[in-house]
Design a protein around this ligand. Structure first.
Ligand code: ATP
Ligand code: MG
Length: 259
């Protein structure tokens, strides 16, 4: 039975997609069966895993969710792509924005993704969902489908108001739609050791959000190699195995596995 983790923050560009890709491949390297779901019409996760033109992919998360909405048959492997580093990818493209509209009229519209995710839980150990930078109905679907949330936050920027909105949304989802949802932790990304003291930022986040939300022990450093790896369609472990960034994503993987 897979553990389902949503990587979410409605603030854009905080490292969600990069975390989903490198944590997912990190878990696969530890022998886990991993499915990565791209839940962003920008298709950045899809592109960063070797599909530079997501809009040319015929079957995506939107296809799957549309079939669930219409109660149509779902062939077992529809939409599933396989990445050379051992993860399964459910891609996304701009069709997912259209789906956001279709969901508006669907019965139990917040539960559509959960219905699908629950149907594939037995085939994986981890299912990671890369959320789009908004709190619209597709993102609510991811929070309903998930067991846990990791919230990447950019170290250089303290988005206090934005995070409060996310936390409020999570608590409403928890109350009304998914009682077992938990926040695994805030993950501080893009730490520049020359200008930021990661410890100070952690303290500031703890002061701002109280002890109710944990902060992951691992920090992700700022590294151009991370962006370069995405451009090559591979993980940081393959692109720059000896880098500090690879070491950090590997530490994050171990933290998630509780090793
Ligand atoms: P969006 O909200 O648009 O989906 P996101 O939160 O998914 O964005 P990413 O796409 O992962 O964020 O990262 C934003 C940009 O920062 C990308 O160009 C990415 O390559 C780069 N980036 C991500 N992590 C790091 C890092 N640790 N060091 C340097 N650059 C990074
Ligand atoms: Mg993204």
């Amino acid at each position: 039975m897979a553990l389902v983790i949503a990587v979410a923050n409605q603030k854009g560009g905080v490292g969600k997609t990069t975390v989903a890709a490198n944590l997912g491949i990190g878990l696969a390297r530890e022998g886990k069966r991993v499915c990565l779901i791209d839940a962003d019409p920008q298709g950045n996760l899809t592109a960063s895993l070797g599909h530079p033109d997501p809009d040319s992919i015929p079957d995506t998360l939107a296809t799957i969710m549309m079939r669930v909405i219409n109660e149509e048959a779902l062939p077992a492997d529809i939409g599933l792509l396989h990445h050379e580093e051992g993860v399964t990818l459910i891609p996304a493209n701009m069709e997912l924005s259209g789906l956001e509209v279709s969901l508006g009229n669907a019965m139990s519209r917040e539960m559509i993704l959960k219905e699908y995710v629950d149907s594939i839980r037995d085939s994986f150990d981890y299912i990671l969902i890369d959320c789009m930078p908004s709190l619209g109905v597709v993102t609510i679907n991811t929070l309903v489908a998930a067991d846990e949330i990791i919230i990447p936050v950019q170290a250089a920027y303290l988005p206090v108001v934005g995070l409060q909105m996310l936390i409020k949304t999570i608590s409403v989802v928890k109350k009304r739609l998914n009682k077992s949802l938990t926040v695994r932790g805030i993950l501080i990304t893009m730490v520049d050791y020359r200008t930021n003291l990661a410890k100070d930022i952690t303290t500031m986040i703890r002061v701002a959000y109280g002890s109710s939300i944990g902060v992951m022990e691992t920090y992700i450093p700022f590294s151009v190699k991370v962006a370069e790896a995405s451009a090559e369609g591979v993980s940081i472990y393959r692109y720059a195995p000896k880098s500090k960034a690879a070491q950090s994503y590997s530490n994050l993987t171990k933290e998630v596995l509780c090793l």
